[in-house]
Structures are given as structure tokens and as C-alpha cells.
Design a protein around this ligand. Structure first.
Ligand SMILES: [Ca+2]
Length: 329
């Protein structure tokens, strides 16, 4: 049995990519996480697909009471349609088709309003993990800045500080990371807010490519959960032409911070600015004045990979443990 102090209340805001769906699955393996809600940002996905995949995983984990709120706010720089369509595969794999998802906790409110309401109502601080653009939270922080006090930590996968970005568009110079670029003003609002931010930029995730060695180690654990994760990842290997860049454990690293010990990563603190105009919209860069922001600057790749593989080793019953903890409480 876990003590109440051991639980971390978490709101998970994701944007429906395969990486995001895997990150939700990873969150559900964490006994110490008390998942309070899931928000969907319609960025690197189509929202309907992200909703179905999220509900299937919550149903698998018997967490059908967890509210899921679909976002309606969009940034000005859309992801390519073929990237957005790709994660449909997540809920059409046999293991996912066999799950009859419950819709009992789908919120009638759009994600930014659900989030505002949750933060207003909760007496306790909550940790947020954002694995897509920060649009929902940025809206809340702009309209209700005092709600920043309800945030324990905001872990955000986004930005590229000392390394090049991954946006390749005709009107862009390549300096920005996609989550930051999709909605540059939201990125700016988050970084200049009073929220206790911990950024997970490309500087850190570049050390964690989804390569064959990783997938092979995962596959050899040979369990129902590792098979589900491995099949999801297998769908990423042709997603991005290798001559552009590879798929990385972007969102997975951000999510793993909920469970990793401090030996696994280093944190730097710098004043950061965000460009909101072409040709470098969404670029996150160091400057001499501004808000100090904590960001993960380095990781120990082996510790992270061992952690992720260990979390995904087991059968589907492993997902039920966090619920059992909550029942005990
Ligand atoms: Ca994402």
C-alpha cells in the first residue's frame, strides 16, 4: 500500500501523436501518479482519434472516471496533415480494437475551460505534464494568472535552446521546435508566466532516438504491455524520412520525469525569450533578462531507457495498480 504522500496528482495534456499515446500509457503504469484529468490539444493529431485512443487506454487501466476534455483552441501553424492522420493507427491496432472504450467521463467543456474549472475547484496543487503545445494552459494563465499557484510543477516537452529546431517550413529558418512553433504566443505566455515550469527541450530529447536497439530490448521483454508499446512505436519508424530526422522519446522523456530520480538528468536555469514572428516563430532562446526558466539540459540515456522498458514490462494488470492505490486511499 502506498501512503497518501506518495501520490502525485497529475493532469496530462497531450496532442495525440503516437508518442503522446505511449506517454499516456506510461503514465498509467506509474503507481505514484494519481491521474486527475486528460486534456487533448488538437495539434499533431485529429482530436477525434486522440480522444478514442485516450479513452481506450483509460478503459484498459479501469480508470474510466478520469475526465477527458477535448481542446478547441488552435495555434496558427498547423502540423502537416499526414502527421496528424498517422496516430489513427493507435486505436485501429487489434489490441486497441478489442477495448470497448467508455465515454462516461468525456467533459462537456473544452479543455481550456475544463482546466480552468479544475484549478479553481481543487484545494491541492497539481502537476501538469504537457506533451503538446501549451495552448490550453497558456489560455488559463493569461486569463486567470492567480491559478498558477495551484500548479506544483509544469513539465512541458517543448523548445530547442542550444540546438537546432525540428520545424522545416518555407517561411521558417529551422530554429524552432514544433510544439513551441504551433502556437508561438502560447509558448511565450507559458514561459513568461508565474507557472513553475520545467521545460524538456530537444537539447535533452536528442539523446534518446527510437532506434532498433531500443525496440529490440523492449520486444525481448515479451509481455502484453511491452508488445502494445512496441507495436505503437513500430508505427513511427517510417513516419519521418530518416534524411530529415528520426523519431525520439520526446514526450516519453517529459512523462518519465514523474518517475525518474535526479541522477537521470541535469537541469539548467536561464532567462528565455520566445520569438512570435517569422522567420523564427517559436524559437526559444537564452537572453540576458527575463523570466528564469528551468530546463532539462542533459539526460543519462541508459537510465531513461531502462526506466521506460521496466515500466512497460508486465501484463495489462500492471495498469490496474494505480487504481487500486487510489481505492485504498
Ligand atoms: Ca506530442
Amino acid at each position: 500500500m502506498k501512503s497518501k504522500q506518495a501520490t502525485i496528482p497529475v493532469i496530462f495534456d497531450h496532442d495525440g501523436g503516437i508518442d503522446d499515446i505511449l506517454s499516456l500509457l506510461l503514465t498509467l503504469t506509474m503507481e505514484q501518479v494519481d491521474l486527475k484529468g486528460v486534456c487533448i490539444t488538437p495539434a499533431d493529431c485529429y482530436a477525434d482519434d486522440a480522444l478514442v485512443s485516450s479513452l481506450k487506454l483509460l478503459t484498459l487501466a479501469e480508470r474510466t472516471e478520469v475526465p477527458v476534455a477535448v481542446g478547441e483552441l488552435v495555434g496558427p501553424n498547423p502540423f502537416p496533415p499526414e502527421w496528424r492522420a498517422q496516430p489513427r493507427i493507435c486505436h485501429t491496432m487489434p489490441a486497441m480494437l478489442r477495448i470497448n472504450e467508455s465515454r462516461e467521463a468525456v467533459s462537456a467543456l473544452p479543455a481550456h475551460l475544463w482546466l480552468k474549472q479544475y484549478l479553481q475547484d481543487t484545494p491541492d496543487k497539481v502537476t501538469m505534464v504537457l506533451t503538446g503545445p501549451a495552448t490550453n494552459l497558456a489560455w488559463v494563465l493569461q486569463h486567470y494568472p492567480a491559478l498558477a499557484e495551484k500548479l506544483q510543477t509544469v513539465i512541458w516537452m517543448g523548445g530547442a535552446i542550444t540546438v537546432k529546431g525540428n520545424v522545416a517550413m518555407h517561411d521558417h529558418n529551422g530554429s524552432a521546435e514544433w510544439n513551441a512553433y504551433w502556437d508561438p504566443k502560447a509558448t511565450q505566455a507559458l514561459i513568461t508566466s508565474r507557472a513553475p515550469l520545467l521545460m524538456v527541450p530537444l537539447d535533452a530529447t536528442n539523446a534518446l532516438p527510437v532506434n532498433k536497439a531500443f525496440l529490440q530490448t523492449l520486444a525481448h521483454t515479451d509481455t502484453a504491455l511491452s508488445d502494445l508499446a512496441g507495436q505503437l512505436w513500430a508505427n513511427t519508424v517510417t513516419a519521418i524520412p530518416a534524411y530529415e530526422f528520426t523519431y525520439f522519446l520526446w514526450d516519453i522523456l517529459a512523462t518519465s520525469l514523474l518517475g525518474l530520480t535526479e541522477e537521470a538528468y541535469s537541469v539548467s536555469e536561464d532567462c528565455l525569450q520566445v520569438s512570435v514572428t517569422t522567420p523564427n516563430a517559436g524559437q526559444t532562446y537564452r537572453c540576458s533578462s527575463g523570466n528564469p526558466v528551468r530546463w532539462v539540459s542533459q539526460v543519462n540515456p541508459q537510465i531513461v531507457i531502462d526506466y521506460v522498458i521496466n515500466q512497460f514490462t508486465g501484463d495489462h494488470k500492471k495498469l490496474l495498480s494505480s487504481q487500486n492505490v487510489n481505492e485504498v486511499l
